[in-house]
Design a protein around this ligand. Structure first.
Ligand SMILES: NC(=O)c1ccc[n+]([C@@H]2O[C@H](COP(=O)([O-])OP(=O)(O)OC[C@H]3O[C@@H](n4cnc5c(N)ncnc54)[C@H](O)[C@@H]3O)[C@@H](O)[C@H]2O)c1
Length: 286
């Protein structure tokens, strides 16, 4: 057992991910403070959690009592410093921007208690870089949750160069307490999930480009042959072709292997505004 505690969790950013993380922490017995740039945005996050739990109650997946207990355990605030000062664990889920995250972590290192684990939900930024010079790099760790957080079992724990063994252990305990199944990954481009997931997507696009098979049949190959719940092209439509192009460019630059070079078909489709589900057209029409 580590000396870290998980009673009071502060989640920074009440958007898609912050809401889900707050919900899961509260549902598993922590008190949660959900922070955003102002109280109104944090409160909107609370409203969204209430609506999502309401739907879960309607479907019989959550009892009304559990919903009420979970919602009562989540406080909202725009007062970041106070919420940070009283945290046992911080989970940062603000924007995916290095400057914003570095500024936030410098503040956490200054204001959080010394026992507090400093987690970031970044999906792509290097943990070592976020932590560099903040003054508490040994406690900074990647806690990469997946959307929708209440449903997805995985937490990718990413340890930076300076992250201590105690912090790694605490992160594992924390993830397990939330009912998640964590994996441990060294801080490297794309961590484990993006590096593998994007690679499969890019290869599927190259196969489509070479007319090896139709999009539907390429997806079916993985769905029926390998039990993937969704084929790599369908998944790319869901994530957004523009998002995947940006990740592929980043991985190509960082890892230097031709496997991550974005295929022409991806560049052409993004240039034509075919971004997947969100634009109504990608490898499929919606
Ligand atoms: N959406 C996903 O599927 C997903 C999956 C895994 C990881 N992530 C990562 O999680 C993080 C959050 O993503 P999201 O999709 O929830 O974003 P989002 O845009 O839905 O929410 C971000 C929230 O952070 C708030 N915010 C911005 N700057 C802030 C600051 N300085 N202090 C406090 N709050 C601030 C915003 O007002 C907003 O409410 C990103 O780092 C992203 O890469 C996203």
């Amino acid at each position: 057992m580590s000396t870290f505690r998980f009673d009071q969790v502060t989640v920074i950013g009440a958007g898609t991910m912050g809401r889900g993380i707050a919900q899961v922490c509260a549902a598993t017995g922590s008190r949660v403070q959900l922070v955003d740039v102002d109280e109104a945005r944090a409160a909107a996050g609370h409203d969204a959690i209430a609506a999502s739990l309401g739907r879960a109650v309607d479907k019989g997946r959550v009892t009304a009592e559990a919903r009420d207990t979970t919602l009562a355990a989540i406080a909202t605030t725009g007062d970041m410093d106070a919420a940070v000062a009283s945290a046992d664990v911080l989970v940062e889920a603000a924007l995916e921007n290095m400057e914003i995250k570095r500024t936030l972590f410098a503040g956490f290192a200054k204001n959080a208690p010394e026992h507090c684990l400093l987690g970031t939900n970044t999906s792509s930024l290097p943990i070592t870089e976020i932590a560099r010079g903040c003054g508490a790099a040994d406690r900074v760790i990647g806690l990469h949750f997946f959307n929708p957080v209440p449903v997805m079992k995985l937490v990718e724990i990413v340890h930076g160069k300076e992250t201590s063994e105690a912090a790694v252990q605490a992160a594992q305990e924390f993830a397990q307490r939330l009912g998640k199944d964590p994996i441990l990954v060294r801080d490297s481009p794309g961590f484990a999930t993006s590096r593998l997931g994007v690679l499969l997507g890019l290869e599927a696009m190259r196969m489509l480009q070479e007319e090896v098979a139709t999009a539907g049949d390429i997806d079916k190959a993985m769905e029926l042959g390998y039990r993937h719940p969704m084929g790599p092209l369908k998944l790319t439509d869901l994530v957004g072709l523009d998002v995947r192009l940006a990740i592929a460019e980043h991985l190509h630059k960082e890892l230097g292997t031709a496997t991550f070079e974005p295929p022409q078909i991806l560049r052409d489709m993004v240039a034509a505004g075919k971004l997947g589900r969100k634009s109504g057209e990608g490898f499929y029409s919606y």
